[in-house]
Design a binder for this molecule. Structure first.
Ligand code: 5RP
Length: 229
């Protein structure tokens, strides 16, 4: 089974948690897109859902495939969000933001009664941090914000490169007009402490540590999908 087939398996298992009539948060990334494709088939067959997309990219795919969308302001309380992740640990702590959508993903997940994470087994880790942590920052005062992130990291015994994410023609810009610093800490033994320290830096808009947000994770491997909760 290749990585795409595992993503489809995880997405199929997540679809079993979706009931007709639900208000759904719809994640971003290649795994979430497999979920959107399966959901669109159900919608074409008469299944009723209203989705709130976590990125412009997801919104475009939903429109193309006929999944009905609303804004989060129209549907401020959601039943369920289904989203991918860059890393998942056994306590369901996540690193997200590889696709640059972490701010809207976190807002949508927080507005949802439940969040289900879907991933192939390469995303399951003992300790978070091998994947560089995406930190969404305001473009104003970028140098000061970098220094503040470095100081926080040093206080917590972390070190590593802080790389300003680039896209083809310059700095990567998120749907919200911010930039992303990818922090290669290597290993994050205390994700809770790092999360609250990063939240205290004014130039940090949000970061990719999702703690106490996922209710369950569906992890797919060659033998099929299993659930962590
Ligand atoms: C986007 C995300 C994605 O969910 C994460 O990057 C996983 O993506 P993929 O399913 O393509 O591996 O957080 O901001």
């Amino acid at each position: 089974m290749d990585a795409r087939e595992m993503k489809i398996k995880a997405a199929e298992a997540a679809l079993a948690h979706v009931e007709s009539g639900m208000r759904l948060g719809i994640g971003t990334g290649s795994t979430a897109e497999e979920f959107v494709r399966l959901l669109a088939e159900k919608v074409a067959g008469g299944f009723r859902v209203e989705g709130v997309p976590t990125s412009e990219r997801t919104a475009r795919l939903c429109v193309e495939l006929g999944v009905p969308l609303k804004s989060l302001d129209e549907l401020p309380a959601l039943d369920l969000t289904i989203d991918g992740a860059d890393e998942v640990d056994q306590a369901l702590r996540l690193i997200k933001g590889g696709g640059g959508a972490l701010l809207r993903e976190k807002i949508v997940a927080a507005a949802s009664e439940r969040m289900i994470v879907i991933a192939d087994e390469s995303k399951l880790v003992e300790t978070l941090g091998a994947f560089a942590l995406p930190i969404e920052v305001n473009p104003f005062g970028l140098v000061s914000t970098r220094i503040a992130i470095d100081k926080v990291a040093a206080r917590l015994g972390l070190s590593g490169e802080l790389t300003l994410r680039q896209s083809g023609d310059g700095e990567f810009t998120t749907d919200g007009g911010h930039h992303i610093i990818d922090a290669s800490f290597g290993r994050i033994p205390d994700a809770e402490a790092l999360s609250s320290e990063l939240n205290s830096i004014p130039g940090v808009v949000e970061h990719g540590l999702f703690i106490n947000m996922a209710a369950l994770a569906i992890i797919a491997g060659p033998a099929g999908a299993r659930t962590l909760q």
